[in-house]
Design a protein around this ligand. Structure first.
Ligand code: SF4
Length: 445
């Protein structure tokens, strides 16, 4: 039994040296139950060698030489090494960052609430001196995280309420969210699921996966499964293969989506073996979590290119964050960069009101102002849909600046991105009784 458990731990993440009290992977393999699933392939003699051809940007290479002088390029480009050597404590992070008192105190407290972890690769992109650098703010905790504000909640989207079986959220009639792991290589401080990621007991085990698969199997209305977590791409190839095979074997599941931040924080994970595996399970779509243009390094661009070359349609998801990316120029740079990587900007999220998130949240007016700064000012493909995921479980509600000004007779009065007024004739069945007031605020369909 102990041997079996060890094999599974190795197979799942190959990070057994890194397993702590806080982060523990499932203890049993999916596939050992009664349903006779295809067995994960476990007889591979050795871990696949990291690609020597994977890029290493100049800044990151200088960081490697300075802080990890004994680590070869090949080791650095091995995603297992990156996960095993994540920086998780004040002591470890202070080796590479000049921590402020605020950050140091928050790191000492964060392990009990929402742990910190940063891959060495992502740490190489942080500014060692400036605690306000956008990327640094997104992954290094500060004491504001411990200050609750009115309206905040640990589960603001009410996901637990819409969960027919643990680890599965069924909110919309035809699709489900399958939370397959509570593990991420790097923890974003604004994480909507901080209540369940990075914690002991937050991982989906074999029994939980089987229950979720059984629910999907028994629910023919489910045609679309979004695999998320935690970060599903931190699972081993074997575990992913097993999961995708099981899902693709369900006839009414038309396609599968994967949500991940791996291309931004652990691009080395996008190996040749992984993309070959993924392309066996088309139609497969991916939502990539990017926050800031500084994440679009040669490494991240290579990861996206490999996924795109495997025929996976790529969309991006970005959370609007105060002082990090809350201006049109920053987001425009991010979206232009993503399009060059063949990633279509998909959603811009208003930051969810999770507990202790006030320091990250902008006003909605700011979000709308940014959308105005994008629409018409750049390629339509570079303009995502700005949404609020309604607190309490209302789902995603899109928001648009007020371009429709109201009715005049049978005409619809519109303004364009330059604030010039235009009319669309015959927009209404009958003349409006009087020129209407400009619409105060309009949501998109
Ligand atoms: S990658 Fe996603 S699940 Fe993981 S910490 Fe960031 S936001 Fe949360």
């Amino acid at each position: 039994m102990e041997k079996k458990k060890q094999a599974w731990i190795q197979s799942l993440q190959s990070v057994s040296e890194d397993l702590s009290e806080v982060e523990e992977p499932p203890s049993e393999p999916p596939g050992s139950g009664n349903s006779d699933p295809p067995a994960p392939r476990r007889s591979r003699p050795a871990r696949p060698r990291p690609s020597a051809r994977f890029p290493l940007n100049e800044k990151t290479n200088a960081f490697r030489r300075k802080y990890f002088p004994g680590v070869t390029v090949s080791q650095w480009n091995d995603w297992h090494w990156q996960v095993q050597n994540r920086l998780r404590t004040a002591t470890a992070l202070s080796r590479v960052l000049d921590l402020s008192q605020d950050e140091r105190a928050a790191l000492q407290r964060s392990s009990s609430r929402f742990p910190a972890a940063v891959t060495p690769y992502y740490a190489s992109l942080l500014d060692g001196e400036d605690p306000l650098q956008p990327l640094r703010r997104s992954v290094i905790p500060v004491l504001d995280e411990f200050v609750p504000s009115p309206g905040e909640a640990d589960d603001p989207l009410g996901e637990d309420h819409d969960s027919p079986v643990p680890g599965l959220v069924h909110r919309y009639p035809d699709r489900v969210l399958f939370l397959v792991t509570g593990f991420c290589s790097t923890y974003c401080r604004y994480c909507t699921r901080s209540r369940m990621v990075g914690h002991k007991g937050g991982h989906a085990g074999k029994k939980q996966w089987e229950k979720a698969l059984a629910y999907i199997q028994e629910t023919p209305s489910v045609r679309d499964v979004l695999i998320s977590g935690g970060d599903p791409l931190t699972l081993s190839d074997d575990a992913l293969e097993w999961l995708l095979q099981r899902l693709r074997a369900i006839r009414h599941v038309e396609f599968v989506r994967i949500g991940t931040k791996v291309p931004a924080v652990l691009p080395q994970r996008i190996t040749g073996a992984l993309v070959r595996l993924l392309r066996r399970h088309h139609p497969l779509w991916m939502s990539l979590h990017f926050t800031h243009p500084d994440e679009l390094t040669p490494e991240a661009r290579t990861a996206c290119a490999r996924l795109a070359d495997a025929g996976i349609p790529l969309g991006s998801q970005t959370v609007l964050l105060k002082g990090i990316n809350d201006d049109a120029a920053t987001l425009k740079a991010l979206y232009h960069g993503l399009l060059r990587c063949r990633v279509r900007p998909y959603y811009l999220y208003q930051c969810d009101p999770i507990s202790g998130s006030a320091h990250f949240r902008t006003t909605v007016a700011k979000g709308l102002e940014i959308m105005e700064g994008l629409r018409g000012h750049t390629t339509g493909y570079a303009v995502p849909t700005y949404v609020i995921d309604a607190p309490g479980g209302g789902g995603k509600i899109p928001l648009l600046p007020d371009y429709a000004q109201g009715a005049d007779g049978q005409d619809l009065v519109l303004r364009n991105y330059e604030n010039r007024t235009f009319r669309y004739p015959g927009a209404f069945d009958r003349p409006s009784p009087a020129p209407s007031e400009p619409a105060p605020y309009r949501m998109a369909n």
